[in-house]
Design a protein around this ligand. Sequence first.
Ligand SMILES: [Zn+2]
Length: 218
Amino acid sequence: MGGPGSGSWYRWDTRRVIDQVDRLDVRGLSRQGALREGVHAVITWRQGQSSKSSISFSCQGQAICLEYRTRIGSENWYPVRQEIALEWLPQKLGGRRAWLRCPDCQRRVALVYWSGRRGYVCRLCTGLPYKSECEVLEDRLYRRMRKLRKRVGAADGDTEQPLWHHPKPKYMHQSTYERLGELAEEARMEWLEARDAKLLRLVSRYASVGEHSTWGKG
Ligand SMILES: [Zn+2]
């Protein structure tokens, strides 16, 4: 990356820029004048009593670039370079406001949070399981839903539709049908949520190919 002379160079007191190591606020960066193309900065913060940590920050117009060293648990430190897309949108009362695109799900956000292996991502993504975990969960919930639907004779029904669209088996008491049906519907809602989470992961994976985050292990 560039240094002094290759654009503006700032050395911030982080307390003014980010209030915590684990979060980056695009509004704060904007106020500091950091979101102009060619700006380079080192953002530092205190860690514990004596040690300090820092990340290199630069603005490339359409994206901000973060470079830092990190490690997971007691693994070796490795360098990371992460690009986060930057967008300027008009405000209601005039002027434009900066937004970041979450590198993981591509949502437009003002804040990104440190999340370990994924680097800086939106708050939602810090809590989302990995894709493989999503798949395992979806599969388990789908099988559970199918089992419950089978008990009320709706094994082959359209799972996009509520169970109640399926006729009650003639031999079954209404109360039994309702009790099992409630369980099957709960299972269906859980499965749909898990499926959405899985789709979100897939979409973000394809949307982000060649567009962000060069992760290196050095
Ligand atoms: Zn996200």
